[in-house]
Write a protein that binds this ligand. Sequence first.
Ligand code: SIN
Ligand code: FE2
Length: 219
Amino acid sequence: MSQDLFSSQRPDIQEIYPEVYLLADFVDTQPLLQVIWEIAAQSPFRKMQTPMGHYTGIELTNCGPYGWVSDSKGYRYAAKDPLTGKPWPAMPQSFFQLAKDAAFKSGFKNFNSDACLINHYQIGDKLGSHQDKDEGEFDSPIVSVSIGLPATFQIFGKTRSGVEKELMLHGGDVLVWGGDSRLIYHGVKTIKADKQQPNLTERFNITFRKAVKEVKNKV
Ligand code: SIN
Ligand code: FE2
């Protein structure tokens, strides 16, 4: 899709890097925050052990059929929360629809997310360069919703190092990436306090993904 055509039709969407779309101020975050705390009451935020014997730098939880987990054996998606032994809290319909709408507006039809990872960043937290590659398919995009303190999102592109693009993500912004950019390396710079918004003390990021490939029954 031509970027010019796309952005002239939808001025609220910017293709900030090939097949990476910023939907600025796309969603009202207050209702999302409330739902996040309801989810966290069932499956609390926690740091998870990593295969290297450390802990994730950021607290996280999940909702939906599958949740991203990490332990000494590696990274994967699991239907149950290892902390509670129960299934992850259900993905609220409003979350599912938000992800579907943001994907659709970015040109990715029929995004049916089955995994919703919620990261909870404190001031001083950062996320190093990585790819989202633990999913069972890469045809679906990633839909990432920012809440709370602003963050500098970094795109490294096809290799782990060498920043190709940096952009600020504010609360309410949604970033969608997919297609040839589905496996780009990306990260988040150290979260800082925001003098303009002294009431904000933390950041949340919700990422919607398709973790498990749908097996189409042959008829
Ligand atoms: C992630 O890469 O999983 C999170 C991105 C973000 O916090 O904006
Ligand atoms: Fe990521």
